[in-house]
Ligand binder design. Structure first.
Ligand code: ZN
Ligand code: MN
Length: 133
């Protein structure tokens, strides 16, 4: 069996957790969830499995500045919004802007095969919190 197809029990559990949520959780959160199913699981093992899943293209790692990395089990290209206050990452449900790739091609000599787009701002929860103060 190819390396990428080999699925350990831990890896399957981690993938299932990630596929079931839209919250783009941190490794720490995934660890807390996964250990309910796999007692004795270590945070190091979770990190190692997350790295492998990312390298195999099963999940993506989202990094926004100083905030902790978050993970996404949705493999389809889609856009994200990152709150600069709390670091939460939300999906933005909008059609992909494919024309931006043509513009990048026109502006460079590169073979552009895709793009990634991230938005920043303040989420509604943080906005409410600011109003309450
Ligand atoms: Zn926020
Ligand atoms: Mn997402």
């Amino acid at each position: 069996m190819a390396k990428s197809q080999r699925m350990t029990k831990q890896k399957t559990a981690i993938l299932e957790i990630l596929r079931s949520v839209e919250s783009h959780p941190t490794a720490e959160w995934i660890y807390q969830e996964a250990r309910k199913k796999i007692p004795g699981l270590s945070l190091g093992t979770v990190y190692r499995n997350l790295n492998q899943l990312r390298d195999n293209g099963e999940i993506s790692e989202l990094e926004f500045g100083s905030h902790q990395s978050r993970f996404d089990g949705n493999r389809d290209n889609h856009y994200h919004f990152c709150c600069t206050e709390c670091g939460k990452v939300y999906d933005i449900h909008m059609p992909l802007i494919k024309s931006i790739e043509n513009r990048a091609r026109a502006a460079s000599s590169f073979t552009v095969t895709g793009h990634r787009l991230e938005f920043f701002g303040v989420c509604n929860d943080c906005l409410e919190m600011k109003k309450a103060i």
